[in-house]
Design a protein around this ligand. Structure first.
Ligand SMILES: [Zn+2]
Ligand SMILES: [Zn+2]
Length: 165
C-alpha cells in the first residue's frame, strides 16, 4: 500500500485505531483523513468521539492553506472542497472517487457544534408537534366513553392504509 500523505503538509499520515476504525492523522497539522463512511461509523458508535479526537491530536504547525492543490491521501485525486451542512463556514475536503473526507484540526468540534445547533433549532417544532399529538389524543380519548371502543377504532385506523385503493 502506498503511503498516505497529508493533503495540507504532504507528510506521511499516521494510522490510529479508534473504536475499531482506523483513521489517518497528520502528525504536523493534526488534520484527520476519514475513509468513506468512517466519519459516520465513528459518530454512530459514539457521538462524543469526534470532539474528543479533535482534542486528542494537537497540531505542531499553525493551520494554513497550502499553495498546492489538496490531493486525496488514498487516490491522489484532487479533493473537492465543500461547506459542511451547506451553510456552515466549515470547509471540508472530500474525494469524489473514494468518498473519503479530510477534516482540518478544529473542524470536528465545529461540526459537532453546528450539528447540535441545527438539532436544537429543530427541537421546538418537533416537541410542539408531539405535544399537539398527545393533546389531540387525550381529547379524543376523553370523548370516547368506552376505552375499548377507542382502541378498536385505533386498530381500525392503523389497518386502513393496508386497504388497497
Ligand atoms: Zn498535515
Ligand atoms: Zn480518494
Amino acid at each position: 500500500m502506498r503511503e498516505r500523505l497529508c493533503p495540507v503538509c504532504q507528510v506521511e499520515l499516521k494510522p490510529e485505531v479508534h473504536l475499531g476504525v482506523t483513521i489517518d492523522i497528520c502528525p504536523a497539522c493534526a488534520g484527520i483523513w476519514f475513509d468513506a463512511d468512517e466519519l459516520i461509523t465513528l459518530n454512530t458508535i459514539d457521538d462524543a468521539i469526534l470532539p474528543r479526537l479533535d482534542l486528542l491530536y494537537q497540531p505542531q504547525v499553525v493551520s494554513y492553506n497550502p499553495p498546492w492543490e489538496r490531493l486525496c491521501p488514498a487516490c491522489r485525486e484532487p479533493l473537492h472542497s465543500y461547506n459542511y451542512l451547506y451553510t456552515s463556514d466549515i470547509r471540508l475536503d472530500s474525494c469524489d472517487r473514494c468518498g473519503g473526507v479530510w477534516v482540518d484540526d478544529g473542524e470536528l468540534q465545529k461540526m459537532v457544534q453546528v450539528l447540535q445547533d441545527a438539532r436544537a433549532a429543530e427541537v421546538p417544532p418537533d416537541t410542539q408537534a408531539q405535544l399537539t399529538l398527545i393533546e389531540a389524543e387525550a381529547q379524543h380519548r376523553a370523548t370516547m366513553a368506552n376505552l375499548h371502543l377507542w382502541s378498536r377504532l385505533f386498530q381500525f385506523m392503523r389497518a386502513r392504509p393496508r386497504i388497497p385503493l
